[in-house]
Design a protein around this ligand. Structure first.
Ligand code: SF4
Length: 493
């Protein structure tokens, strides 16, 4: 990895982070061309570009051809990791690909995905999005049985669990079912084996999205529908919670479905993570965010002159709020998308001016007005405090804040990079205290009932653990895990 590449991904990551947003763990792609003459690495690459928002630390593509499974991965954005020359060396009609942001293991090339494993029954590669919450326990059991681990990643644990089950049956689908009964946590994954079989697998609770589509006669698996549609493809179906799909020359075939007594789709996919043009299990992200804005207008009515979204995350909710309230919408905050190119940013970032570098208020829209700022979430509240200050300094008479996600009061153990409870402002302060801290004239959060209404799913179809502490995974030791994740993040930083 060259120095320039290090700078680009490091700086971009800093930019994405400077607005204080939680980060998604990963995005996955699978590509299968029944026509053996088609080189699918280009499709995998384009899919990664469409999913880049789900992870910016590393990118990888592995292909299967007559000679086995081979690939390339490195630290950085997909566009910097893959040159045309590298893509042309990835020869094969089946591929899996991955973009990563680390939460439970170190950010280094050893933990980048896809990961290839060699077992006595042949090699296979895995790319997954999620977090295995019992991976340390499973790893200890497997180490006792003689398995040797080379990294600290939960992906390697998945591979070893699969390898152990493949020793008992050489049928991949059966081995995957057995593995799913052992693995706890969230996972949407693609598996490509030496035989050229491509599997798409989603955990029984269905935390993370996964779907299958068709692009130019090629079958494509992706974390989000927008990745397939941005390649001019057609989405065929969602991989349903617990479903194992094998893709053959004839298309996707359901091999088995591991049932659970509830589902736990991550509410944050609807509120923030997924692209606005995605549908998660058939539900339009755009429509959800717009509905949330309308609900906010109903439960926290306000008199104001202008609604200003925090770009880009608050934009769709703000348009719903504007439509419902009749208050005009204005782009009163402008985002600098290229701030990572500035040479002064590292110095100014140290002076906590990151938000100012990233967002600039439009004085002509704000001066002398009562303003409503809309964003999707508040995590530590330091960013919102800075935004309120920017709007006030641009001449606003009053500044109201509306948030389309309810207060985040607990950490996430299922693959989202939230801080520990100590750093989550809503875990430690009342709404009135937060309003005072950010210096707003009023602060209105979405309610949990309003969130379910906006998404259109009941409580037993969603994970909302970071909002209500009802973790959908059994036997989770929250205190232990929180200290574990806190410790891991310290190592990463
Ligand atoms: S705890 Fe929150 S962020 Fe994590 S999976 Fe559940 S809803 Fe999503």
């Amino acid at each position: 990895m060259g120095k320039n590449n290090t700078f680009v991904y490091g700086a971009l990551d800093m930019v994405e982070n400077c607005l204080g947003k939680p980060r998604e763990h990963c995005g996955v792609i699978g590509v299968y061309s029944p026509d053996k003459s088609v080189q699918v690495s280009r499709y995998a690459f384009d899919g990664l570009i469409a999913l880049q928002h789900r992870g910016q630390e590393s990118a990888g593509i592995y292909v299967q051809n007559g000679k086995g499974i081979t690939g390339h991965k490195d630290m950085g954005l997909a566009s910097t990791v893959f040159t045309k020359k590298i893509l042309s060396t990835l020869y094969g009609n089946k591929a899996i690909a991955h973009v990563r942001y680390s939460t439970t293991s170190d950010s280094n090339i050893e933990n980048a995905q896809p990961k290839k494993f060699v077992s006595t029954l042949g090699s296979y590669a895995i790319a997954f999005n999620g977090t295995i919450t019992n991976f340390l326990k499973l790893r200890a059991i497997l180490e006792d049985k003689g398995h040797v681990f080379h990294t600290d990643s939960d992906t390697e644990t998945i591979a070893h669990v699969l390898a152990a089950n493949l020793l008992e049956t050489d049928d991949y689908s059966q081995a995957i079912v057995k593995s799913m009964n052992e693995l706890k946590g969230s996972y949407s994954m693609v598996i490509l084996n030496e035989k050229g079989e491509l599997y798409a697998v989603r955990d029984p609770l269905g935390f993370k999205p996964l779907c299958i589509g068709r692009v130019n006669g090629i079958y494509m698996v992706a974390s989000e529908t927008s990745a397939i549609e941005s390649l001019n493809g057609t989405v065929l179906e969602d991989v349903t919670p617990g479903q194992i799909i094998r893709i053959t020359d004839n298309g996707p075939v359901t091999e088995a479905t591991v049932k659970a007594d509830r589902h736990a789709r991550c509410m944050f996919e609807y509120v923030y993570f997924s692209r606005t043009d995605t549908r998660f299990d058939g539900i339009s992200i755009y429509k959800v965010r717009e509905r949330l804005g309308k609900i906010l207008a109903q439960i926290h009515p306000v008199d104001a002159d202008i609604i200003v979204p925090v770009p880009d995350s608050g934009r769709t909710a703000a348009s719903g709020l504007a439509e419902e309230s009749g208050i005009p919408l204005g782009e009163g905050l402008i985002k600098n998308r290229y701030v990572w190119r500035t040479f002064i940013m590292p110095i100014q970032a140290e002076r906590e001016d990151q938000v100012k570098l990233k967002l600039n208020p439009v004085r002509e829209l704000i001066d002398g007005k009562d303003v409503v700022i809309v964003d999707d979430s508040i995590v530590r509240a330091t960013t919102m405090k800075r935004i309120v200050s920017l709007i006030r300094n641009a001449g606003a008479r009053k500044v109201h804040v509306r948030v389309s996600c309810p207060p985040i009061i607990a950490p996430c153990y299922m693959g989202i990079d939230f801080p520990t409870s100590r750093e989550l402002i809503a875990a430690n302060q009342t709404v009135e205290e937060i309003q005072k801290f950010i210096d707003a004239d009023s602060l209105g959060y979405m309610t949990i009932d309003g969130l379910m209404q906006g998404i259109g799913l009941p409580e037993n179809e969603l994970c909302m653990a970071c909002l209500n502490k009802k973790y959908p995974i059994e036997s989770i030791d929250a205190g232990f895990l929180e200290s574990q994740l806190g410790g891991i993040k310290k190592i990463e930083n």
